[in-house]
Design a protein around this ligand. Structure first.
Ligand code: ATP
Ligand code: MG
Length: 435
């Protein structure tokens, strides 16, 4: 257990306050897992906590909390929460749908437990006698691997719809089952996720997809109807074409994210969002090109803004990630236009590697012309200096020959899939990237 958390618990205890370790820290230790963070609760108020620790920062509005800072390690200390009924607006507040907007009423340990989400998250380790307080059968549920909502699930999801995503995340991470009554209201209440501030949703999505269980979370979110309200553009493609490339792309990006996390390699939201939104983007670009008579290059450019903006209305992707995601998209167009000597320049581009990785994912999702283009680039990327020159020359010739019959544009009624599988790579100046 974290030494810093123990220090905090003892300081509170020795100053005459109650002090407990709670939440994921207790749960994960009991399951033999390494906790991600350690949360402490106490009956000391935020001001009293601040008086005890020099390294203390008070934060938050929705929940007022103390952060005790030990270099890069932060122990979060909260005051035990009470019920919020009949209290003035200043300390607790809900909106029309029953969602809690402010929540700063203090209370007892039982009251605090009733406010937590699942029984396995309501285990308290008491530093005064080293005992565990379990609430609502938390210890039994831990043993039977059950995610069970504390209180009435319907009400609790309305208070905070993010709890629906948390149920999924804990079920997959802890290899547990969501108890029947806890699972039952989710499909109906899933649309409430649209009202959650997009900035909070961004964080929740990272926890779901960058924790090594992305594929399972994605599948369970789709089954429970939680994916649609958050990723409407992607979801409609998944529904329209169950065997289409978007479905394969989702599966491969989730799998590759999981294996990178497990190998402790870096994962970036820029690449992740570039990949999951690629097919919505290319569909939008096709539509713009047909409607507005734009070249596909210009259409892609316009579509990038549209698609990113629409996605950001539910999940706000910070600009430091959305900008490189757009770079990765734009570079997809260069895989066809840069063969020959220009390939040598392209490969030096700082975003080449990310763009190339997306090309490989597209190739396995679509096959056809994209797979051919990807195969060419693979041999170029993996080849030595001399081999590369030979490869670059050989394909340059080939692509010039091919271009003669490339002016043909897709008929307005033609399905996108037929183009992807049936036709050749696109024209270098006006057409779509590799298919
Ligand atoms: P992990 O840190 O591994 O993701 P955790 O259970 O510690 O899991 P946190 O988000 O760190 O989750 O929250 C700490 C504790 O606070 C939870 O265990 C739970 O008791 C309570 N909690 C957090 N978010 C909510 C919520 N939305 N509704 C009710 N209780 C919550
Ligand atoms: Mg935690």
């Amino acid at each position: 257990m974290s030494e810093n958390a123990i220090k905090v618990l003892y300081r509170l205890h020795k100053s005459g306050f109650k002090a407990y370790l709670v939440g994921g820290g207790v749960r994960d230790i009991l399951l033999g897992l390494q906790p991600k963070d350690f949360d402490v609760v106490t009956n000391a108020t935020p001001e009293e906590i601040k008086g005890l620790f020099r390294n203390c920062r008070l934060i938050g509005r929705r929940f007022r909390l103390a952060h005790i800072v030990f270099g890069r390690d932060v122990i979060e200390v909260a005051t035990l929460r009470g019920h919020h009924v009949d209290s003035g607006e200043k300390i607790s507040k809900t909106n029309a749908e029953g969602r809690l907007l402010r929540d700063n009423v203090y209370g007892t340990i039982d009251e605090d437990a009733e406010r937590r989400d699942f029984t396995v998250n309501a285990l308290y380790y008491d530093i005064s006698d080293f005992s565990i307080h379990s609430y609502g059968g938390g210890l039994q549920d831990l043993q039977s691997r059950t995610i069970r909502m504390i209180g009435d699930p319907n009400t609790r999801y309305r208070e905070d719809p993010v709890r629906m995503l948390r149920a999924v995340r804990f079920a997959t991470k802890l290899n547990m089952t969501i108890e029947k009554d806890t699972a039952a209201p989710i499909s109906e209440l899933a649309p409430l996720l649209k009202d959650i501030p997009a900035a909070r949703m961004y964080e929740e999505i990272l926890k779901l997809f960058f924790n090594g269980h992305a594929l399972n979370n994605f599948n369970m979110m789709r089954d429970l109807g939680l994916f649609e309200p958050l990723f409407p553009l992607v979801n409609s493609q998944l529904v329209d074409e169950p065997n289409g490339p978007a479905n394969k792309m989702m599966k491969s990006i989730m799998q590759s994210t999981d294996s990178r996390v497990k190998a402790e390699k870096t994962v970036t939201p820029a690449f992740f969002y570039a990949a999951i939104l690629w097919y919505p983007l290319s569909q939008r670009a096709d539509d713009i090109a047909l409607e507005g008579g734009l070249s596909l290059y210009d259409a892609y450019y316009a579509a990038m803004g549209d698609v990113m903006e629409q996605q950001c209305s539910t999940i706000s992707i910070p600009r430091r990630f959305s900008t490189p995601a757009k770079d990765i998209w734009q570079l997809q167009l260069r895989f066809d236009r840069n063969q020959g000597t220009r390939a040598f320049k392209f490969i030096e581009h700082p975003k080449f590697r990310a763009a190339y990785d997306l090309l490989l994912l597209r190739a396995s999702a679509e096959g056809g012309a994209v797979a051919k283009s990807a195969a060419w680039w693979k041999s170029f990327v993996e080849g030595g200096e001399e081999q590369r020159s030979v490869i670059a020359r050989s394909v340059n010739k080939g692509s010039r020959n091919r271009n003669s019959n490339q002016r043909r544009r897709r008929k307005p009624s033609a399905k996108k899939t037929s183009e992807n599988t049936g036709e050749q790579a696109a024209s270098p100046s006006t057409d779509k990237p590799a298919g």
